[in-house]
Design a protein around this ligand. Structure first.
Ligand code: SF4
Length: 211
């Protein structure tokens, strides 16, 4: 499988950053803890669905200590409209307890500590570190994985390899912005089932254009 040459990569990066200058996290939150919980809840479901359940959840339990004090069944009840709500409620309860007991209720700015928390994987840790702490990170979700490998920015078969390849293909100062731009482009133009290549701003460089 082919990958884009340097000029093609630069074109994709330039066009996407130009097209989505304000791309950012679509989840609604008022603290780093709430961001972390929202990202955990967003696994295999849409940000929109998460944003529909979190206002009630965060009104009831805005921080780690109050969340840890809630019965897991109550968390389940408040998030039951999203997928895997039982598992996610258990993870939110456990991670809140760990944050309350070990980190004074705060979310650690540390990748290794983040991925030790229940329900927190590589993607979630990267989103929290980039959105909350301003670190340059590329979190690979379903949109980023699809776009990266369709365009030819990378040609990889799994999420971790795609993340590592994107870190090589994209200058570090653009990692976070490109993460968001790829998600926006995936949602708005290059959907999984029906990419709209004829109106795509990177059709001149994309290896998948029209195929
Ligand atoms: S040209 Fe088509 S396949 Fe390539 S990024 Fe655009 S919409 Fe997606």
């Amino acid at each position: 499988m082919a990958v884009l040459k340097k000029a093609g990569r630069e074109e994709v990066i330039r066009q996407l950053l130009w097209a989505y200058p304000d791309a950012g996290c679509a989840l609604h939150f008022n603290s780093i803890f709430q961001l972390l919980v929202s990202v955990v809840l967003s696994a295999q479901t849409t940000d929109k669905s998460v944003n529909e359940v979190t206002p009630g959840l965060f009104e009831r339990a805005p921080d780690a200590r109050t969340m840890a004090a809630l019965p897991t069944e109550e968390i389940q009840e408040m998030i039951r409209r999203i997928g895997m709500y039982r598992t996610k409620a258990a993870n939110v309860s456990k991670l809140s307890r760990i944050l309350a007991d070990t980190y004074g209720g705060n979310v650690p700015q540390d990748y290794d500590r983040l991925v030790e928390l229940p329900g927190v994987g590589r993607k979630t840790a990267n989103v929290v570190l980039s959105v909350a702490f301003g670190e340059q990170r590329i979190a690979v979700d379903t949109h980023v994985f699809r776009l990266a490998n369709r365009t030819g920015l990378t040609q990889e078969t799994d999420v971790l390899k795609t993340e590592l390849a994107l870190m090589k293909a994209i200058p570090k100062q653009h990692w976070t912005a490109m993460h968001h731009a790829l998600i926006f482009h995936g949602r708005q133009v290059c959907s999984a089932k029906k990419p709209r290549c004829e109106e795509c701003c990177i059709r001149g460089a994309c290896l998948r254009n029209g195929l």
